[in-house]
Design a protein around this ligand. Structure first.
Ligand SMILES: [Zn+2]
Length: 445
């Protein structure tokens, strides 16, 4: 669908957003049956895996049958690429039919490719348009895209989606903060997207340059790439700075795109016509019910080029499949992504995600917006290596008393997270500012 074919007064972009849960499940089963047949035939990785298991895609009689298949993990993907460089064995269309290749960041391992056909790109653009439409963006809106375009899916993905919707796109990228601000104010930008860190940084710099972001024409901000969009205090901060609504967008390289915040802002709705979502226990892999934290496992329902089956996202979420006040029936991830299963810190037996620390820091008056969690020898038990506290670096706003701030934050962390924190209050501007994805968890040996 494109804006030209779309009735201007429709409440929803796509009729599937309000299908009954039964209809969604029927759609998923039918889509999975044909998808697994294709994947088992055309993807060398899954062809071998299905054969090893004796799994016949035609045997899939219910959605639960999918659990007969093992999880696909990043390590499986990397190993496949390493053994069959540079393409790996997940490609399920001829190389010549690829429309786009994106790559993983390569921060923790060698970069690996992910693939899109022309039809996959159309699907991606339409999902992005659906999200933006749900967040009140309409044809004629002026959208400045501050996701980066180089080696990252966000910039091109958002651009295609907002263009499809009928908005006017300024492909600005995530550099040149001052130029971004001058463009917003000169042209009357109405919608922004970027990482939560960059939206805050942009607001701080705008004020220094003598602009009032809250008085700008910006009325809607979509944030992604970091968990901040799901952290209530961070979202409030962005909304205060810009005088605009802030919506969380959830995607990943492999499943660009997964879900979006609706106007209720209760957590992203998963696009359940595009992915089949399971929530599993991080240790046992058993299914966990709605309302309980679990790791999100996703299967593409119709992706052509690089389809994935039971992909371990590593993202810890809490699902709610009950109807939302917005009228949409697709399940929501309450509070967004809580953290990465890999980033979870265990402090004296208490599970802690960096995003919960962010919520406490941002709620504390007198502190600036940046912070850093450092895990090093000073908070580790020398014998066991287990953590007995966290080290937290923050910045004081001008005129605030560092000692009083440190005491107040230590007490707040103890009170709300039940762990001990060693707080260092630094002068304003000491910690690095980020235009792309901020690195706020520093683990040292
Ligand atoms: Zn909703």
């Amino acid at each position: 669908m494109s804006a030209l074919e779309h009735p201007a007064d429709a409440t929803y972009w796509d009729a599937c957003e309000t299908w009954s849960r039964d209809r969604l499940a029927a759609h998923q089963l039918q889509a999975l049956q044909s998808q697994l047949r294709r994947v088992g035939r055309d993807s060398a990785f899954y062809r071998r895996r299905f054969a090893e298991l004796g799994f016949e895609p035609g045997d899939l009689a219910s959605l639960d049958d999918l659990r007969r298949l093992p999880l696909t993990r990043k390590a499986d993907y990397s190993a496949s690429v390493a053994a069959n460089a540079p393409w790996g064995e997940f490609l399920a269309v001829p190389r010549e039919r690829l429309a786009r290749i994106h790559f993983s960041s390569g921060t923790t391992a060698a970069p690996v490719p992910q693939f899109w056909s022309h039809a996959d790109l159309e699907r991606w653009a339409d999902l992005y348009a659906r999200y933006a439409y749900g967040q009140g963006v309409r044809p004629g809106d002026l959208f400045q895209c501050l996701f980066t375009y180089t080696w990252f899916v966000g910039g091109l993905g958002a651009t295609a989606g907002y263009q499809r919707l009928g908005a006017t796109v300024i492909p600005a990228g995530s550099q040149e903060t001052e130029r971004q601000i001058r463009t917003i104010f000169a042209f009357g930008t109405t919608v922004l997207c970027g990482t939560p860190s960059f939206m805050i940084h942009l607001g701080e710099v705008a004020r220094k340059l003598g602009f009032d972001p809250a008085a700008s024409t910006v009325r809607s901000i979509m944030v992604g790439g970091e968990p901040g969009g799901g952290v209530p205090a961070t979202r409030r901060r962005i909304e205060e700075i810009w005088g605009a609504r802030c919506y969380d967008a959830y995607g990943s390289l492999e499943f660009q795109t997964i879900g979006f915040d609706c106007p209720e802002q209760g957590g992203p709705h998963i696009a359940e016509d595009f992915v089949h979502a399971e929530l599993v226990d991080g240790e046992s892999g058993d299914p966990v019910p709605d309302g309980t934290p679990g790791v999100l496992v996703l299967t593409h329902l119709d992706k052509e080029a690089g389809p994935l089956v039971r992909w371990w996202t590593g993202d810890v979420v809490v699902r709610d499949s009950s109807p939302c006040a917005c009228g949409r029936t697709h399940a929501r991830l309450i509070g967004g992504v809580r953290g990465r299963a890999d980033d979870m810190l265990v402090v004296r037996g208490i599970n802690l995600f960096p995003s919960s620390v962010e919520e406490v820091v941002r709620c504390q008056p007198g502190l600036a917006d940046e912070y850093r969690i450092v895990v090093d020898a000073s908070v580790r038990n020398a014998d066991t290596g287990l953590l007995n506290a966290i080290r937290l670096q923050v910045e004081a706003e001008e005129g605030a008393d560092p000692a009083a701030l440190a005491a107040a934050l230590t007490a707040a962390v103890k009170d709300r997270l039940r762990v001990r924190a060693q707080v260092e209050v630094l002068p304003l501007g000491s910690l690095p500012r980020s235009e792309h994805k901020a690195k706020r968890l520093v683990v040292e040996p």
